[in-house]
Design a protein around this ligand. Structure first.
Ligand code: SAM
Ligand code: SF4
Length: 318
């Protein structure tokens, strides 16, 4: 079991497989991005070797993330190798390329798919992501639902940029059985965050309440989103309030960056280098345990949003 100094059991690992992406979302990728370079990324064998140590220590859920996982040429191989471990597999993606991998995801039982989608307007989408892939993403979301994958939509709400689309995305849940999750804009290195741009949990809920009759749904103990239903809708709403209402009390997550560093929290300053030790053939269990023992009770011990010391989101892995 992986327990931290507050008695929180950690059974969930998010592995970033790359810090590269085919989109350039303004809230995630700094304009001047220095990629780690392929040789410092974990190879597929290293990802699976390190993941199997975590699995022996009690990790039973792994989410593959990035950057964009599907820009990695060997992503199918990574899924096939991870599928041999006794863990449930999930992936976070922008969905631009996912249609080419549907069969692999089915073969490997990767059923839970989180997809970024921050607007339904082409121009706004281009402003946010510097890409014209909105149509393709929407087609792929429908393809995934037709193939019975469990889909969650992740929408980062930024005041003055896309808050007007909150109800449009919420209205899609009338016919589409996904969870539309609205995420408060979080501060990371190079993402031009300011407090004024955060559209809060309460404001999101108020906006939804202006158009829909919503009701509270019970949350699971490790849920990051606060869930709401809307009368007559096939899907549900979730709100992730990391900035205004942090939810660290029941945290069960660890993160492994694409360059093989353990982060015990999304907001942790400290990192533990697992890859260098793994490449030398050393046992990494003690490193994992000592990295976890340094986990702080809340938000990596960083509460001054304006002066966070951290990587960019794209190099952490969301
Ligand atoms: N490329 C994939 C994607 O877009 O889903 C996976 C990586 S992305 C870094 C993972 C998640 O982090 C996305 O849902 C994205 O919306 C979220 N994210 C990135 N930057 C964020 C920020 N500043 N605040 C809140 N969420 C953020
Ligand atoms: Fe790429 Fe996802 Fe970050 Fe957008 S949020 S830049 S799609 S990694």
């Amino acid at each position: 079991m992986l327990s931290d100094s507050f008695g929180r059991i950690h059974n969930y690992l998010r592995i970033s497989v790359t810090d590269m992406c085919n989109l350039k979302c303004i809230y995630c990728m700094p304009q001047e991005t220095a990629h780690s370079g392929k040789s410092s990324f974990m190879s597929s064998g290293e990802i699976c070797g390190i993941a199997s140590v975590f699995s022996e220590l009690g990790i039973n859920k792994i989410r593959i993330t990035g950057g964009e996982p599907f820009v990695r040429k060997d992503i199918d191989k990574i899924f096939y190798e991870l599928a041999d471990l006794p863990v449930s597999l999930a992936v976070s993606t922008n969905a631009v390329l996912i249609d080419r991998h549907i069969n692999v995801l089915k073969d490997c039982s990767v059923n839970n798919i989180n997809i970024s989608l921050d607007t339904l307007n082409e121009e706004e989408f281009f402003y946010i992501s510097k890409s014209s892939s909105l149509g393709r993403i929407l087609e792929n979301i429908i393809l995934l639902l037709e193939n019975n994958f469990t889909v969650k939509i992740n929408f980062v709400v930024m005041r003055g940029i896309n808050e007007d689309a909150v109800c449009q995305i919420a209205s899609l849940t009338k016919h589409f059985p996904f969870e539309a999750r609205f995420i408060e804009y979080m501060p990371f290195s190079g993402n031009n965050w300011s407090r004024e741009k955060v559209f809060s949990h309460d404001e999101i809920l108020e906006k939804i309440g202006d158009e829909f009759d919503y009701y509270k749904i019970p949350d699971d103990v490790h849920d990051t989103s606060k869930k709401y239903g809307i009368e007559g809708h096939a899907g549900i709403i979730g709100i992730i309030s990391t900035v205004t209402k942090p939810f660290c009390g029941e945290c069960n997550r660890l993160r492994l960056t694409a360059d093989g560093k353990l982060k015990n929290c999304l907001f942790s300053q400290g990192e533990t280098d697992l890859l260098t030790a793994f490449r030398k053939g050393l046992d990494i269990e003690d490193l994992i345990r000592s990295g976890l023992s340094e986990k702080r009770s809340e938000r990596g011990g960083q509460f001054d949003n304006e002066n966070m010391i951290n990587r960019s989101m794209i190099s952490i892995g969301g």
